[in-house]
Design a protein around this ligand. Structure first.
Ligand code: SAM
Length: 289
Protein backbone atom coordinates (compact mmCIF):
# COMPACT_ATOMS: atom_id res chain seq x y z
CA UNK A 1 0.00 0.00 0.00
CA UNK A 2 1.35 3.47 -0.87
CA UNK A 3 2.01 6.14 1.78
CA UNK A 4 -0.87 8.60 2.29
CA UNK A 5 -0.78 11.81 0.30
CA UNK A 6 -0.65 15.38 1.60
CA UNK A 7 -3.49 17.87 1.72
CA UNK A 8 -2.20 21.32 0.67
CA UNK A 9 -4.22 24.42 1.57
CA UNK A 10 -3.22 26.84 -1.16
CA UNK A 11 -3.83 30.61 -1.21
CA UNK A 12 -4.65 32.15 -4.59
CA UNK A 13 -4.74 35.88 -5.52
CA UNK A 14 -7.50 38.26 -4.31
CA UNK A 15 -7.27 40.20 -7.59
CA UNK A 16 -3.78 40.67 -8.96
CA UNK A 17 -2.58 37.42 -10.55
CA UNK A 18 1.01 38.35 -9.76
CA UNK A 19 0.28 37.58 -6.11
CA UNK A 20 0.29 33.80 -6.56
CA UNK A 21 3.52 32.31 -5.21
CA UNK A 22 5.90 30.12 -7.17
CA UNK A 23 5.42 27.42 -4.55
CA UNK A 24 1.62 27.61 -4.94
CA UNK A 25 1.94 27.14 -8.70
CA UNK A 26 4.26 24.17 -8.41
CA UNK A 27 2.06 22.47 -5.79
CA UNK A 28 -1.06 23.05 -7.93
CA UNK A 29 0.77 21.55 -10.92
CA UNK A 30 2.08 18.51 -9.04
CA UNK A 31 -0.91 17.34 -6.98
CA UNK A 32 -3.22 14.68 -8.43
CA UNK A 33 -6.41 16.65 -7.73
CA UNK A 34 -7.47 20.20 -6.85
CA UNK A 35 -10.62 20.70 -4.75
CA UNK A 36 -12.07 24.12 -5.65
CA UNK A 37 -15.06 26.15 -4.51
CA UNK A 38 -16.14 26.89 -8.08
CA UNK A 39 -14.47 24.67 -10.68
CA UNK A 40 -15.33 26.98 -13.62
CA UNK A 41 -13.90 30.05 -11.92
CA UNK A 42 -10.78 28.19 -10.74
CA UNK A 43 -10.39 26.42 -14.10
CA UNK A 44 -10.02 29.84 -15.75
CA UNK A 45 -7.53 31.00 -13.14
CA UNK A 46 -5.44 27.83 -13.42
CA UNK A 47 -5.49 27.99 -17.24
CA UNK A 48 -3.77 31.40 -16.99
CA UNK A 49 -0.90 29.69 -15.18
CA UNK A 50 -0.86 26.77 -17.64
CA UNK A 51 -2.06 24.33 -14.94
CA UNK A 52 -4.37 21.52 -16.06
CA UNK A 53 -4.63 19.40 -12.89
CA UNK A 54 -8.12 17.80 -12.57
CA UNK A 55 -10.61 19.76 -10.47
CA UNK A 56 -13.38 18.63 -8.15
CA UNK A 57 -15.99 20.94 -6.58
CA UNK A 58 -15.95 21.47 -2.84
CA UNK A 59 -18.31 24.21 -1.69
CA UNK A 60 -20.44 24.94 1.36
CA UNK A 61 -23.35 22.86 0.01
CA UNK A 62 -21.42 19.63 -0.72
CA UNK A 63 -18.46 19.82 1.67
CA UNK A 64 -19.98 17.37 4.17
CA UNK A 65 -20.41 14.68 1.43
CA UNK A 66 -17.13 15.40 -0.39
CA UNK A 67 -14.95 15.08 2.72
CA UNK A 68 -15.09 11.25 2.92
CA UNK A 69 -14.25 10.93 -0.77
CA UNK A 70 -11.24 13.26 -0.50
CA UNK A 71 -9.98 11.62 2.71
CA UNK A 72 -10.19 8.21 0.97
CA UNK A 73 -8.14 9.54 -1.98
CA UNK A 74 -5.53 11.01 0.40
CA UNK A 75 -5.31 7.69 2.28
CA UNK A 76 -4.81 5.90 -1.03
CA UNK A 77 -1.74 8.04 -1.70
CA UNK A 78 -3.04 10.97 -3.79
CA UNK A 79 -1.85 14.45 -2.87
CA UNK A 80 -4.64 17.02 -3.10
CA UNK A 81 -4.76 20.83 -3.03
CA UNK A 82 -7.66 22.88 -1.72
CA UNK A 83 -8.24 26.35 -3.18
CA UNK A 84 -11.11 28.83 -2.92
CA UNK A 85 -12.37 31.49 -5.33
CA UNK A 86 -9.89 34.02 -3.96
CA UNK A 87 -7.37 34.36 -1.18
CA UNK A 88 -6.82 31.90 1.64
CA UNK A 89 -9.20 28.91 1.88
CA UNK A 90 -11.15 28.59 5.16
CA UNK A 91 -11.04 32.38 5.77
CA UNK A 92 -14.79 33.00 5.24
CA UNK A 93 -14.50 30.20 2.67
CA UNK A 94 -15.15 26.42 2.65
CA UNK A 95 -12.63 23.85 3.84
CA UNK A 96 -12.99 23.72 7.62
CA UNK A 97 -14.67 20.30 7.64
CA UNK A 98 -12.09 18.84 5.26
CA UNK A 99 -9.10 20.12 7.26
CA UNK A 100 -10.65 18.96 10.54
CA UNK A 101 -11.29 15.47 9.08
CA UNK A 102 -7.78 15.24 7.59
CA UNK A 103 -6.25 16.28 10.92
CA UNK A 104 -8.38 13.77 12.82
CA UNK A 105 -7.32 11.03 10.35
CA UNK A 106 -3.67 11.80 11.08
CA UNK A 107 -3.04 12.97 7.52
CA UNK A 108 -0.42 15.56 6.60
CA UNK A 109 -2.02 19.01 6.07
CA UNK A 110 0.25 21.82 4.83
CA UNK A 111 -0.41 25.52 4.22
CA UNK A 112 0.84 27.29 1.11
CA UNK A 113 0.29 30.85 2.36
CA UNK A 114 -0.45 33.88 0.25
CA UNK A 115 -3.05 36.61 -0.25
CA UNK A 116 -5.80 37.22 2.30
CA UNK A 117 -8.05 40.30 2.05
CA UNK A 118 -8.32 40.70 5.85
CA UNK A 119 -4.55 40.78 6.33
CA UNK A 120 -3.97 42.99 3.27
CA UNK A 121 -6.56 45.48 4.62
CA UNK A 122 -5.03 45.46 8.10
CA UNK A 123 -1.59 46.08 6.64
CA UNK A 124 -2.70 49.40 5.13
CA UNK A 125 -5.37 50.46 7.65
CA UNK A 126 -3.02 52.25 10.01
CA UNK A 127 -5.04 51.00 13.00
CA UNK A 128 -3.47 48.96 15.83
CA UNK A 129 -2.56 45.46 14.65
CA UNK A 130 -0.90 44.10 17.80
CA UNK A 131 -4.29 42.58 18.65
CA UNK A 132 -7.19 42.26 16.25
CA UNK A 133 -10.37 40.21 15.88
CA UNK A 134 -11.58 38.87 12.54
CA UNK A 135 -15.39 38.97 12.48
CA UNK A 136 -15.98 37.79 8.89
CA UNK A 137 -19.38 38.71 7.42
CA UNK A 138 -21.99 40.44 9.57
CA UNK A 139 -25.54 39.03 9.50
CA UNK A 140 -27.49 40.22 6.45
CA UNK A 141 -30.67 41.24 8.30
CA UNK A 142 -30.56 44.60 10.03
CA UNK A 143 -31.84 43.50 13.47
CA UNK A 144 -29.42 40.55 13.64
CA UNK A 145 -26.56 42.75 12.38
CA UNK A 146 -27.19 45.39 15.03
CA UNK A 147 -27.49 42.71 17.73
CA UNK A 148 -24.09 41.29 16.68
CA UNK A 149 -22.57 44.79 16.70
CA UNK A 150 -23.95 45.45 20.21
CA UNK A 151 -21.92 42.46 21.45
CA UNK A 152 -18.79 44.02 19.88
CA UNK A 153 -19.28 47.66 20.91
CA UNK A 154 -16.82 47.41 23.81
CA UNK A 155 -14.29 45.12 22.14
CA UNK A 156 -10.90 46.83 22.60
CA UNK A 157 -9.18 44.98 19.70
CA UNK A 158 -9.21 46.30 16.13
CA UNK A 159 -12.13 44.62 14.31
CA UNK A 160 -12.05 43.29 10.76
CA UNK A 161 -15.24 42.66 8.77
CA UNK A 162 -15.89 41.38 5.26
CA UNK A 163 -18.82 42.96 3.46
CA UNK A 164 -20.68 42.45 0.21
CA UNK A 165 -20.67 45.58 -1.99
CA UNK A 166 -24.45 46.14 -1.91
CA UNK A 167 -24.54 46.01 1.90
CA UNK A 168 -21.51 48.23 2.59
CA UNK A 169 -23.58 51.42 3.10
CA UNK A 170 -26.04 49.91 5.54
CA UNK A 171 -23.30 48.07 7.44
CA UNK A 172 -21.35 51.33 7.87
CA UNK A 173 -24.50 53.16 9.02
CA UNK A 174 -25.15 50.48 11.64
CA UNK A 175 -21.50 50.50 12.73
CA UNK A 176 -21.69 54.29 13.19
CA UNK A 177 -24.89 54.09 15.14
CA UNK A 178 -23.84 51.23 17.44
CA UNK A 179 -20.09 51.98 17.87
CA UNK A 180 -20.44 55.77 17.79
CA UNK A 181 -20.19 58.23 14.93
CA UNK A 182 -16.61 59.24 15.73
CA UNK A 183 -14.94 55.80 15.92
CA UNK A 184 -12.06 55.60 13.41
CA UNK A 185 -12.36 53.08 10.60
CA UNK A 186 -10.99 52.16 7.19
CA UNK A 187 -12.74 50.75 4.12
CA UNK A 188 -10.28 48.88 1.89
CA UNK A 189 -11.88 48.31 -1.50
CA UNK A 190 -10.81 46.25 -4.52
CA UNK A 191 -7.40 45.51 -3.00
CA UNK A 192 -4.69 44.60 -5.54
CA UNK A 193 -7.10 45.42 -8.41
CA UNK A 194 -7.30 48.33 -10.87
CA UNK A 195 -9.69 50.40 -8.77
CA UNK A 196 -8.06 49.72 -5.40
CA UNK A 197 -8.99 52.45 -2.92
CA UNK A 198 -8.61 52.92 0.81
CA UNK A 199 -11.00 55.29 2.62
CA UNK A 200 -10.07 56.42 6.13
CA UNK A 201 -12.12 58.42 8.61
CA UNK A 202 -14.80 58.40 11.28
CA UNK A 203 -17.59 55.83 10.90
CA UNK A 204 -20.34 58.42 10.32
CA UNK A 205 -18.31 60.14 7.58
CA UNK A 206 -17.55 56.80 5.91
CA UNK A 207 -21.26 55.86 6.06
CA UNK A 208 -22.15 59.19 4.49
CA UNK A 209 -19.48 58.66 1.83
CA UNK A 210 -20.86 55.23 0.96
CA UNK A 211 -24.39 56.65 0.68
CA UNK A 212 -23.27 59.50 -1.60
CA UNK A 213 -20.58 57.84 -3.73
CA UNK A 214 -21.72 54.87 -5.84
CA UNK A 215 -18.07 53.93 -6.54
CA UNK A 216 -17.42 53.31 -2.87
CA UNK A 217 -20.14 50.68 -2.71
CA UNK A 218 -18.83 48.91 -5.83
CA UNK A 219 -16.47 45.94 -5.71
CA UNK A 220 -15.24 43.94 -2.77
CA UNK A 221 -14.44 45.56 0.55
CA UNK A 222 -12.97 44.95 3.97
CA UNK A 223 -14.00 47.22 6.85
CA UNK A 224 -11.43 47.67 9.61
CA UNK A 225 -12.68 49.42 12.75
CA UNK A 226 -10.63 50.76 15.67
CA UNK A 227 -11.27 48.96 18.96
CA UNK A 228 -13.34 50.57 21.71
CA UNK A 229 -11.40 53.20 23.68
CA UNK A 230 -10.10 52.22 27.10
CA UNK A 231 -12.27 53.13 30.12
CA UNK A 232 -11.58 56.60 31.42
CA UNK A 233 -10.86 58.07 27.98
CA UNK A 234 -12.94 60.96 26.76
CA UNK A 235 -13.90 58.71 23.87
CA UNK A 236 -15.24 56.11 26.27
CA UNK A 237 -17.47 58.76 27.78
CA UNK A 238 -18.77 59.70 24.35
CA UNK A 239 -19.39 56.04 23.56
CA UNK A 240 -21.32 55.62 26.83
CA UNK A 241 -23.49 58.66 26.06
CA UNK A 242 -24.15 57.25 22.63
CA UNK A 243 -24.99 53.80 23.95
CA UNK A 244 -27.49 55.29 26.42
CA UNK A 245 -29.05 57.51 23.77
CA UNK A 246 -29.30 54.60 21.34
CA UNK A 247 -31.18 52.62 23.97
CA UNK A 248 -33.47 55.49 25.02
CA UNK A 249 -34.22 57.41 21.81
CA UNK A 250 -36.42 54.75 20.20
CA UNK A 251 -38.61 54.65 23.34
CA UNK A 252 -38.72 58.29 24.56
CA UNK A 253 -39.09 61.81 23.19
CA UNK A 254 -35.68 63.38 22.52
CA UNK A 255 -35.73 65.85 25.43
CA UNK A 256 -36.78 63.16 27.94
CA UNK A 257 -33.98 60.83 26.72
CA UNK A 258 -31.48 63.69 27.03
CA UNK A 259 -32.67 64.52 30.59
CA UNK A 260 -32.20 60.90 31.63
CA UNK A 261 -28.70 60.66 30.15
CA UNK A 262 -27.72 63.94 31.85
CA UNK A 263 -28.94 62.54 35.19
CA UNK A 264 -27.11 59.25 34.66
CA UNK A 265 -23.80 60.71 33.50
CA UNK A 266 -23.66 64.17 35.09
CA UNK A 267 -22.56 65.63 31.73
CA UNK A 268 -23.53 69.06 30.39
CA UNK A 269 -27.01 69.08 28.82
CA UNK A 270 -25.85 70.97 25.72
CA UNK A 271 -23.36 68.28 24.80
CA UNK A 272 -25.80 65.40 25.27
CA UNK A 273 -28.55 67.28 23.39
CA UNK A 274 -26.19 67.92 20.45
CA UNK A 275 -25.29 64.23 20.24
CA UNK A 276 -28.94 63.15 20.49
CA UNK A 277 -29.78 65.38 17.52
CA UNK A 278 -26.92 63.90 15.46
CA UNK A 279 -28.05 60.36 16.23
CA UNK A 280 -31.66 61.14 15.33
CA UNK A 281 -30.49 62.61 12.02
CA UNK A 282 -28.24 59.60 11.29
CA UNK A 283 -31.10 57.22 12.04
CA UNK A 284 -33.46 59.16 9.77
CA UNK A 285 -30.82 59.18 6.96
CA UNK A 286 -30.25 55.43 7.37
CA UNK A 287 -34.00 54.79 7.12
CA UNK A 288 -34.26 57.00 3.99
CA UNK A 289 -31.28 55.31 2.30
N1 SAM B 1 -10.76 33.74 1.50
C1 SAM B 1 -10.75 35.12 1.11
C2 SAM B 1 -9.55 35.83 1.75
O1 SAM B 1 -8.55 35.17 2.03
O2 SAM B 1 -9.59 37.05 1.89
C3 SAM B 1 -12.05 35.79 1.46
C4 SAM B 1 -13.26 35.19 0.83
S1 SAM B 1 -14.77 35.95 1.28
C5 SAM B 1 -15.94 34.83 0.57
C6 SAM B 1 -14.90 37.29 0.16
C7 SAM B 1 -14.80 38.64 0.87
O3 SAM B 1 -13.43 38.96 1.07
C8 SAM B 1 -15.36 39.81 0.07
O4 SAM B 1 -16.76 39.96 0.28
C9 SAM B 1 -14.59 40.98 0.63
O5 SAM B 1 -15.13 41.38 1.88
C10 SAM B 1 -13.22 40.33 0.87
N2 SAM B 1 -12.36 40.51 -0.31
C11 SAM B 1 -11.98 39.55 -1.18
N3 SAM B 1 -11.16 40.08 -2.12
C12 SAM B 1 -11.04 41.39 -1.83
C13 SAM B 1 -10.33 42.47 -2.43
N4 SAM B 1 -9.60 42.29 -3.53
N5 SAM B 1 -10.42 43.69 -1.85
C14 SAM B 1 -11.16 43.87 -0.74
N6 SAM B 1 -11.85 42.89 -0.14
C15 SAM B 1 -11.79 41.67 -0.67
Amino acid sequence: MSAPGTLFIVATPIGNLGDISERARSVLREVQLIAAEDTRHSGQLLAQFGIDTPLVALHEHNEAQRVDEIIARLRAGASIALISDAGTPLVSDPGYRLVAAAGAAGLDVRPIPGACAAIAALSVAGLPTDRFAFEGFLPQKRAARRARLETLAHEPRTLVFYEAPHRLGEALADLASVFGATRQAVVARELTKLHESVYRGELAALAEGAAGDPNMARGEAVVVVAGAPADGDADAEAARVEQLLNALLPALPLSKAVDLVVTLTGLRRNRVYERALQLKRAQADAEDA
